[in-house]
Structures are given as structure tokens and as C-alpha cells.
Design a protein. Structure first.
Length: 272
């Protein structure tokens, strides 16, 4: 049974600019063109893509200053462009910046009548992200730290390592050929030196793209009780694994930290 707020949001999606319903309410698109799908058994709807440069740009244009610098001109070691296109995942974004984007988008869409008062945009929880990547039922209770890398041999694309062709955007032969001295996945080529446009690789069974590689994704949670660092999931274009690409792997960093490998993904859910 869907909540009244969720039902209202689905109906409002029909009337809001780019908003539309797809395949009998299996997906909905917001005013920025961000597409959301349900992730059972959670009540959160995940954006199928990592937040793009063009999505974040609509927010950043009116919200300086940000923790992250050069989010629209990200450079690896000051020279190599990262996420140079509008459909690449935004990087150089801190946890604070990602949360501020979610709050801004909530306010914008509520003001436009596209999002009911009972719903918000936010970062996913660590547990929700695990369900999105397909391991929610396999993980034991505990903090993200307790669960870190505890499911060996389980990757977002399956159990094969090295990953099969088209599995995602990782440290590969394309990067090796560009940088020359570069840790990489032996024999794997994704065709991108740094980030790739979102949706360039196959989605998982829920329709979610880039849960493996491209950009690390901030989650809402602290890494451990009493720990001020926040969780990052999914690996990035700089990772060659295998540990860093496990579905259960958690990176963690301070909430003001940003880098050319850190981005985020939004969810829509009922307000707490």
C-alpha cells in the first residue's frame, strides 16, 4: 500500500513540466529530468542516475559558496578534465553540498506544486543503498563499518572478476593508455579515461545505473557510532578493485571533503 503522500506525488508528476509517469507508475521524472524508480522493500525511490553536472548546476548557480570547488571544471591533478560534460556525474561535491542540493530541490518542487509537503529529496541511507545494489537481505545488522566488505566475491554486476565488458566505468586500459602509469583492471576497457556520461553502461534489475564505478556516492549515515565521517558507496572511475568494487564495500570521509571521485545520488521519500 503506497502512502497518501506518494500517491499525490505520482499524480503531481503528470502536471509538472518534465514530470511524467512511465509504465504504470514504475518510474517518474521530476522538473530537472531526474528519473526515479522504487527500490523495494524500502519506501525510497532512487534516481536511476548519479546526479549530473547539469542538475547540480541549477542549484549551484544560486548557492555559493560551496565546500566543493570547481565542480563544473574538475581536474585530476590540476590537468586532466573530469566530468566535463553536462550529463557526466557531478564531482568535487561534499556531503554538505549534496544535502544542500537535496534540500533546495525539495523546496523548489514543493513551491512549484510538483512535490507534496509529505515528501522530500535526500541522500539514501546506507541500508537503502544496499537494497538498491541487491544485497540488503544478505547483510547482518550493524553499522556501515561492521558491514564493510563483508560479502566477498559479490559485485554489482555479479560474481565475476575481472568484470565482464560493459559492467561499468573503472580504472581500465583507457586510463592506462592515457596516464601510462596507472593501476587498472587487467584486460578491461570501458572507453573512458575519467568519468562517463551517466547511463553509459547497463542498469541493474531495478533500472539503476552506475552503482559500480563512475563516481562514489555519498550516503546519509555516519560510518560508525560516534564517527563524524560519512559513508560513500559504489566505487569510482579511479578504482580497480576487487575490494573497492564489492557491493558491500564502504568508503568513508569527512562531510566537508570533496574530490574528483566523489558525487551522489538522490532519493525521493516520505519526510521523516
Amino acid at each position: 500500500m503506497q502512502s497518501p503522500a506518494l500517491i499525490l506525488w505520482l499524480l503531481l508528476g503528470l502536471a509538472c513540466g518534465a514530470g511524467r509517469l512511465v509504465a504504470a507508475a514504475s518510474a517518474t521524472t521530476n522538473s530537472l529530468g531526474m528519473v526515479f524508480v522504487p527500490v523495494p522493500p524500502t519506501t525510497a525511490w532512487f534516481c536511476i542516475y548519479e546526479t549530473r553536472v547539469r542538475d547540480f548546476g541549477a542549484f549551484a548557480a544560486t548557492h555559493p559558496p560551496l565546500d566543493g570547488t570547481n565542480w563544473n571544471q574538475a581536474l585530476y591533478h590540476g590537468r586532466t578534465p573530469v566530468s566535463a560534460g553536462p550529463d557526466d556525474p557531478v564531482v568535487n561535491v561534499s556531503w554538505h553540498d549534496a544535502r544542500a542540493f537535496c534540500n533546495w530541490l525539495t523546496q523548489q518542487e514543493q513551491a512549484a506544486g510538483c512535490l507534496p509537503a509529505g515528501m522530500v529529496y535526500r541522500l539514501p541511507t546506507d541500508a537503502e543503498w544496499s537494497w538498491a545494489v541487491g544485497i540488503g537481505a544478505q547483510e547482518a545488522a550493524g553499522s556501515p563499518k561492521d558491514k564493510n566488505a563483508r560479502l566477498p566475491g559479490v559485485f554489482p554486476w555479479g560474481r565475476q572478476y575481472p568484470p565482464p565488458p560493459g559492467a561499468g566505468n573503472f580504472a581500465d586500459l583507457s586510463a592506462l593508455n592515457f596516464f601510462t602509469n596507472w593501476p587498472h583492471i587487467t584486460g578491461y576497457r570501458d572507453g573512458f579515461v575519467t568519468t562517463a556520461p551517466v547511463g553509459s553502461f547497463s542498469p541493474n534489475s531495478l533500472g539503476l545505473y552506475d552503482l559500480a564505478g563512475n563516481a562514489l556516492e555519498w550516503c546519509e549515515d555516519c560510518y560508525a557510532p560516534g564517527h563524524d565521517q560519512r559513508v560513500l558507496r559504489g566505487g569510482a572511475w579511479i578504482n580497480c578493485g576487487p575490494k573497492s568494487l564489492l557491493s558491500s564495500y564502504r568508503e568513508h570521509a569527512g562531510p566537508a571533503r570533496y574530490s574528483v571521485a566523489t558525487g551522489f545520488r538522490c532519493v525521493r521519500a516520505s519526510a521523516p
